[in-house]
Unconditional design. Structure first.
Length: 251
């Protein structure tokens, strides 16, 4: 099960705010031996949000959706999720009790809408202001506020996804081939991709500068022991072809 994120808000795409969620999610996952596979940024467009959520519901990944679950007119995520699932919106009874308990008569007519979720949704407790997020399948919806979103994500992971945690997370091992051109090494790269299907392979070329020659950083990402074997064999193959090899940033 891959992990993905939908990060929603016009303010992010306009540059009014800088996204902090992606790096935080990477850290939260890494602490549990997990990795982030993909991220999608979306403005406050109901059509785009609904389409992205439809893909998320159908895709089978573990997905965290940030933002758009408030009570203002530009908060479309709850309604988009319901349409993507083909269900009605409904006031969740537990959410109703929480919101009424927090705001009393001031919960109506607007704040109570923060407890209206797609029918069948499950609540995610909010430790900051108690207004819950919600889950539908493996897609989990949290507010755009970091102080609320991040502990809510941790609680979702710790309560429901411990089977995905790893005590030996993947490593990213790299080396640098000096004066190398990708076009000259495609056959070697193809051979190693076929030989190690359990690993992710990367090739990152850099142009020559006044300080250093042209070079390519190659990497293998996956289980530590397998990645180490692949890197050692790749280094040997490069040297056999006459290339100078240097350690990369990842090992």
């Amino acid at each position: 099960m891959d992990v993905g994120a939908l990060i929603i808000g016009d303010e992010l795409l306009s540059g009014k705010r800088q996204d902090k969620h992606m790096q935080a999610l990477i850290r939260i996952l890494a602490a549990r031996g997990m990795k982030l596979a993909w991220v999608e940024y979306l403005g406050d467009s109901p059509a785009r949000i609904e389409a992205a959520l439809a893909r998320a519901f159908q895709g089978g990944d573990l997905v965290f959706s940030f933002g758009g679950i408030g009570a203002t007119p530009d908060d479309h995520t709850r309604a988009c999720a319901a349409r993507a699932l083909g269900v009605e919106l409904a006031l969740h009874p537990e959410a109703r009790a929480i919101i009424e308990g927090r705001f009393g008569d001031e919960a109506y007519p607007h704040r109570i809408n923060m407890g209206v979720f797609p029918a069948g949704a499950r609540l995610i407790a909010n430790p900051v202001n108690q207004i819950p997020g919600f889950s539908c399948g493996h897609v989990h919806f949290v507010p755009g506020f970091p102080s609320m979103a991040w502990p809510m994500i941790e609680s979702v992971l710790d309560a429901g996804y411990r089977h995905l945690f790893s005590d030996t997370p993947d490593v990213d091992l790299t080396l640098v081939a000096v004066d190398a051109r990708e076009g000259d090494l495609i056959d070697l790269m193809q051979d190693f991709v076929a030989r190690y299907p359990a690993l992710r392979f990367s090739s990152l070329p850099s142009f020559a500068t006044a300080e250093r020659p042209m070079q390519i950083e190659f990497g293998f990402t996956g289980p530590p022991s397998l990645a180490a074997i692949a890197l050692a064999e790749f280094e040997k193959a490069l040297k056999a072809r006459g290339y100078t090899v240097q350690p990369g940033k990842g090992g």
